[in-house]
Design a protein around this ligand. Structure first.
Ligand code: NAG
Ligand code: NAG
Length: 180
């Protein structure tokens, strides 16, 4: 069973690495951690990892690139929290070190590919989701802002606003073409 699992983990790793470019060291640490945590969980022998309900994999499907970047920022932050918690829970210094190293790789990745805008977006989204609906001041402020928010929402959702813009762009490019 363990052998089968290792083959599965290995092929999953190979599949994942065929498209992107995870540094060899980062991959090595992750594989070692995988092995360590799977072997610790002797009762289930890792089969629960393949229950068809991945935590993160597939969440970006069907979204546009900017939306995917926002989601990925949230996912990387979740990884940071999870790895920090695992680091706190283990007494194995070697495992702690590997967790720290992996976190460093993830942070570098985040700095490289994600602008501060994504962090701000994430903060805005999580603050809005954490708004406490039972707070009376929240209720009054929400009503107070509602007409403005309603108008903003209607404008954002109105397809004619976007169509108008793309029609104008199309006209502009036609003119450009006929001139050249
Ligand atoms: C680590 O865990 C302990 C107890 O579980 C907790 O008191 C402590 O705040 C945690 N430290 C961090 C950095 O999360
Ligand atoms: C939400 O607001 C109510 C009323 O102010 C307060 O009693 C409650 O503790 C708040 N809940 C959270 C999760 O902050």
């Amino acid at each position: 069973m363990i052998l089968l699992l290792e083959i599965c983990l290995l092929t999953f790793g190979l599949m994942a690495s065929s498209e992107a470019s995870i540094p060899a060291n980062a991959r090595h640490y992750i594989e070692q951690l995988n092995k360590y945590y799977v072997s610790k969980q002797k009762t289930t022998e890792g089969t629960e990892l393949f229950d068809g309900n991945p935590l993160f994999w597939g969440r970006l499907d069907g979204f546009e690139k900017p939306e995917q970047k926002l989601l990925m920022t949230i996912i990387l932050d979740a990884y940071n929290r999870i790895l920090t918690q695992m680091q706190n829970e283990t007494e194995d210094a070697d495992v702690q070190n590997k967790l720290i190293k992996v976190k460093e790789y993830l942070n570098k990745l985040k700095l490289h590919y994600f602008s501060d805008k994504h962090n701000k977006l994430k903060t805005q989204a999580s603050e809005v989701m954490a708004i406490n609906e039972t707070d009376p001041l929240v209720q009054r402020k929400a009503l107070f802002e509602l007409i403005k928010v309603y108008n903003e929402a209607a404008k954002l959702g109105d397809p004619s606003v976007q169509n108008h813009r793309s029609r104008r762009q199309a006209k502009g490019s036609r003119k450009h073409r006929s001139k050249s």
